[in-house]
Design a protein around this ligand. Sequence first.
Ligand code: IPD
Ligand code: CA
Ligand code: CA
Length: 263
Amino acid sequence: MEKEQLTFIDDAVREWLATLDDIIPQLIQDMVTGTKQNRFDLVTNVDKSIQDKFELFLNKHFPEHQLLAEEKSNDEVHAKKGHVWVMDPIDGTTNLVKQQEDYCIILGYFVDGEPVLSYIYDYPHSKLYKAVKGFGAYVNGEPLKQPENIELKDAIISFNSLVMNDETMHDLHDASFSYRFIGSCGLDSIRVINGQFGAHINTNPKPWDIAAQFLFARELGLKMTSLNNQPVDFSKGGNFIISNRACHEQILQILNSGQGYEK
Ligand code: IPD
Ligand code: CA
Ligand code: CA
């Protein structure tokens, strides 16, 4: 894609993201929470409105672009053909509902299956993370540096302990420096992107949980693979790790030894 066209799309999407600053406070004030599969699987008017607004934006400005997103049916979407946006309108909905902090908006733009633009908007902290294919990664317009190497013994690692095999979890605790879990796949990944965490593991993410991470990993020299060290298919999701390159191999070894990582 021509740089000019990429800049045009990037400008338009950042302008759209900026409109959320005026909308989200009111949506939160009027928050209505519902459940999906079970009582812990939450969705709110905030998630739905943000996604609806982005869909309207695409229809108006880029009508040929498709949208693959959490709060809609995606039966008609051909994820690897043409221009596709993958969106999690709110990643960390439990955090939004329970603490009004530690949630984000995830957007990944793919052209014929290749990641081209990525955004993770940490709205509560007014930080917009962006990656552009071939041009690096940024936070609020400032370039992000490639994280320093972090060995596992010095690394904070992040995963959902509720869905991790107990023995393997203890092995990970023993081998690493410490454990933290924010509860937003996008923001846990941002800690790795910023060089704060060594790795974030999710044993069952959906396409929208990881849509943006591909390009950040590529632009910043991080590893992003399945837990069997295979490429991750953005259109399907499946287990994944985003990791500092110095601790990736050792973490995968631990995850795949003993009883494995499945609960
Ligand atoms: C969830 C969060 C959570 C992760 C789950 C996701 P949601 O997304 O990212 O940290 O462990 O796998 O489904 O439901 O808040 O958009
Ligand atoms: Ca999510
Ligand atoms: Ca979500």
